[in-house]
Design a binder for this molecule. Structure first.
Ligand code: PAF
Length: 188
């Protein structure tokens, strides 16, 4: 498994994979990987020749009083889990490169982003769709795998893909649970 942090390098790698006829899958994550993420990577493996796992704690999807700075991070552990689950390329961009000074553009799925969790986290889904759209442009996948655990996120991403004509299949992986039934999450 190779790790790439440069935006230009991931775009070039994705482009040459596509040109050589390889099917590319992306698994977007915010890291601190667990068995739920590993299952999404294994599902991606079944659908593609090359699996790109992305690790980026996206500041745009955290509200002002949320846990962005305290969100757990462990890149060494994540690297081992991502490789063992079948990742070919690990993409670990920096916040400064994803959102350089002067960054102004957002992607928002109107209405759906204001319901349910969106009522309590008014900017959350705009942050998710903005970064996912950027990750799609950077990794140029044929398909992308997301967990059913974040059911509203899945609905919103599918709507963005349809409305913006992204030529990407969205695959949804089942919830993976702890022995006591709790859905696995990096925040647990
Ligand atoms: O589900 C997540 O971990 C995040 O919301 C995602 C899709 C990686 C975007 O930052």
């Amino acid at each position: 498994m190779n790790t790439i942090s440069s935006l230009q390098e991931i775009q070039q790698s994705a482009e040459s994979l596509r040109k050589s006829g390889k099917k590319v899958a992306v698994v977007p994550t915010m890291g601190y990987l667990h068995d739920g993420h590993a299952s999404l990577i294994r599902i991606a493996r079944q659908h593609a020749d090359c699996v790109i796992t992305t690790i980026f704690v996206n500041p745009l999807q955290f509200g002002p009083n949320e846990d962005y700075t305290r969100y757990p991070r462990d890149i060494d552990r994540d690297t081992k889990i991502a490789a063992a689950a079948g990742t070919d390329l690990l993409f670990t961009p920096s916040s400064e490169h994803i959102y350089p000074a002067g960054y102004l553009t957002n992607v928002s799925v109107e209405h759906l982003a204001t319901l349910l969790e969106g009522k309590f986290r008014p900017t959350h889904f705009k942050g998710v769709t903005t970064v996912v759209a950027k990750l799609f442009h950077l990794t140029k996948p044929h398909c992308a795998v997301f967990g059913q655990k974040d059911a509203q996120q899945v609905v919103i991403i599918k709507k963005m893909v349809k409305d913006l004509n992204f030529d990407i299949d969205i695959i949804v992986g089942p919830i993976v649970r702890e022995p006591d039934g709790l859905a696995m999450s990096s925040r647990n």
